[in-house]
Ligand binder design. Structure first.
Ligand SMILES: [Zn+2]
Length: 286
């Protein structure tokens, strides 16, 4: 039995480099940005590039997730930002489908002029617009990520995510990604086995374990409840090694991609992944 474990990898120099990085880091699950995450414009992959990416991902038996651009804000009521966000996410879903990417992970959104409840409604409504336009791309799961609650970000409470899913017209197309650094900064403690289990029990009660599509494994540079999102290498932050040991040995997560987004590149990620693999003796990992 293998768990799905890997790193966020760079596509600078082309998509083929993502497969190379997967090899270098010993990943069987990866996350990529399919374009620059800080720009609206995208260079669409041509047919050959997409085909060779699908081929190498399939040869290496990779589970691939993509992270949406940080510019997209589905909580926005500003007509221009709203329109650009819907357009960008729509294009991203099509790109994911072309590249054989199963999960598109994104932060729910924010709005400094609205209450939490109003922002949640706005996010659900903008998500519905995206899902209406992309009705033929149901093979890509739109995966809401938990957040640290920095600024006016929605998603620092499990209830926020549950409500967004409930309010949309297409809940079956939505999934959830738990980021360990974000939930910890948001105030959910997972450092003891009892606390970790309590969190997972709450997740199941509030959202449903069946909705869980991915885990981001990051330690936290900031303390519990700080609401500040700063990733640290595994075991080098306030969370510590134990929580990660519970996760990589949790039988419920065997088919869930576990992805590190810790600081650095392939070299640093390999160290984090080796640490995680060494803590999962119950599973045979290549
Ligand atoms: Zn994350």
């Amino acid at each position: 039995m293998k768990i799905l474990l890997g790193a966020h990898v760079s596509i600078s120099g082309g998509l083929k480099n993502a497969c190379l990085s997967a090899k270098n880091t010993g990943s069987n699950a990866i996350q990529i940005f399919t374009k620059s995450q800080l720009r609206w414009q995208a260079k669409e992959p041509d047919f050959n590039e997409a085909a060779s990416f699908r081929k190498c991902a399939s040869l290496q038996k990779l589970t691939v997730a993509a992270h949406l651009s940080y510019l997209v804000n589905l909580g926005s009521t500003d007509e221009i930002i709203k329109e650009k966000s819907i357009e960008d996410m729509t294009a991203e879903i099509k790109r994911c489908s072309l590249l054989g990417i199963k999960y598109l992970i994104f932060h729910p959104g924010s709005n400094k002029n609205l209450t939490v409840e109003e922002t949640i409604k706005q996010i659900a409504s903008n998500l519905d617009a995206v899902m209406r336009i992309t009705a033929e791309f149901k093979n890509v799961f739109l995966t809401l990520e938990t957040t640290a609650g920095q600024g006016n970000q929605i998603g620092y409470k499990l209830e926020h995510i549950a409500k967004i899913i409930k309010l949309t017209g297409y809940p079956e197309r939505l999934g959830v990604c738990i980021d360990t650094c974000h939930i910890f900064a948001a105030g959910y403690d997972i450092r003891t086995f009892a606390d970790y289990n309590e969190f997972m029990k709450n997740f199941d009660k509030i959202i449903g374990i069946g909705k869980l599509c991915a885990f981001h494994l990051n330690d936290s540079l900031k303390p519990l409840g700080s609401k500040v999102d700063r990733h640290a290498p595994i075991g080098k932050g306030y969370i510590g090694l134990d929580a990660f040991r519970f996760i990589v040995n949790d039988a419920r997560l065997k088919k869930i991609p576990l992805i590190v987004e810790t600081p650095g590149g392939d070299k640093e990620h390999k160290i984090d992944l080796d640490t995680l693999k060494n803590m999962a003796p119950t599973y045979i990992i290549r």
